[in-house]
Ligand binder design. Sequence first.
Ligand code: ASP
Length: 325
Amino acid sequence: MYRIGKSIAAALALVVATAAAVAQDFPNKPITVIVPFAAGGPTDTVARLVAQSMTTYLKQQVIVENAGGAGGTIGANKVAKSKPDGYTLLLHHIGHTTAPSLYRKLPYDTINDFEPIGLVTDVPMTIISKKDFPPKDMKDLVTYVKANKDKVTYANAGIGSASHLCGMLFMTAIQTEVTTVPYKGTGPAMNDILGGTVDFMCDQTTNTTGQIKAGKVKVYAVTTPKRVPSLPDVPTMQESGLASFDVAVWHGLYAPKGTPKPVIDKLTQALQAAVKDPNVKARLAELGTEPVPVEKATPDALGKQVKAQVELWSPIIKKAGVYAD
Ligand code: ASP
């Protein structure tokens, strides 16, 4: 008995010592952050800002890789199946928690296949359209979409994306379905809005602010209950008559399940440095948002958020009756 106890203690000591050594040495090569959407879109923008700041803190390159498709589930699956060593991370948004209700079969477990690192930022969305889309304001948009539902097209980043969620809520609210056009991310969707080949979409201000300010797209409303400081003239959906419409896109940083705790701790410190970084704050403010307070850039806060949001969206999505196979 005593001998077994001793060897268990020795083995445990070795595990602790190895974990400490891993953490001391971490990171000793570049870290890849997978963005589950196309380059040039809003999630990509947030990830690149954060990655740059984490690079400075960790003194090691943090690279962004885009793995778009299937509403973010392809990129999430890639990270779920990656080696849990802290060198492959996922920066995903609210869609991480709507996917389990939207997909009949997901190749990964949203809660149990990931280690949360921390929340990153909450980004408002905007309803925008191609420049020459006839409706003038939100009231007009609702009337126009209802009257032209067979020809109007709505762009999104696939089932499970934030743009899909926002569009689904909009269509449910006005009780009208239109044709949706899926992209690997709203970066490429924006190109088609600018080119006029698709009519309208709902997307994060991190993608739309520049185009709105340059007058290259029409904007109808912001999706948060409060107006966005960088777009003070744009009314909210609620002001425009869509009672209780409220969507903001929260983002989180994750590692694969089983990543050693000391490594997660170091990544959390780097994320916290990023959310405090004045450059990150200034750039996000220009894009209509701000990073989360440092106490939310923690595994605990993100873990709680994921569980709560999976529960929140499940009945709403079931009611909307939307599924992907
Ligand atoms: N905004 C996209 C979405 O609808 C994702 C992206 O391209 O960043 O989820």
